[in-house]
Design a protein around this ligand. Sequence first.
Ligand code: IMP
Length: 208
Amino acid sequence: MIRRLTPGQLVIASHNQGKVREIRDLLSPYGVEPVSAGELGLPEPEETGTTFAENALLKAQASAAGSGLVALADDSGLIVDALGGMPGVYTADWAEQATYEGGPGRDWYMAMGKVEGKLVALGSDAARTARFVCTLAIAWPDGHHQIYEGKVEGELTWPPRGTLGFGYDPVFVPQGHQQTFAELDPAAKHAMSHRADAFAKLVAEALT
Ligand code: IMP
């Protein structure tokens, strides 16, 4: 049976500041009090799934079990048609490298360059169409869960443009627009993004 979220605490099962900020903004009208997994000191599980839904569920269930609270996780990524859907579930991994003395870090410019390099290698005819996809999973401490999926179509541009947003935003131009997600006002991005699309489905089913 479908469950609804009741006002009160909800763990955002993410350690990604950009995502946490966007999810907080999207939840702010609904009387839920989001606290992040990072703030609660919950460990970040390894994303061993091969689909966005598996990974979102893995993260939500780990936070629900660790906190005893309802948890919401987002697994998202960039799907590039000409690259057979890559980087897909490996979107974050493509940015992974040892940038700091103390451990691994993420270098988004390197990751965007990697995508661009592969597109250029395919030749000038290669399609530049891509989409961001987002899967949201809500997990309750008793094991119940609900999943919502969203997407936004667009094209990849080069060089990167804009300083807003996060991740691959500077190279993604949503369909029907000229500006990248990193140039658009955050409110405009929130109105059309893959996360907003998934969120609208979550709100329709679990929050209204
Ligand atoms: P994960 O869901 O934590 O595995 O990471 C997915 C990755 O996809 C993020 O770290 C970003 O690089 C990328 N991504 C997801 N959503 C967005 C977005 O809205 N803008 C830019 N990049 C995104």
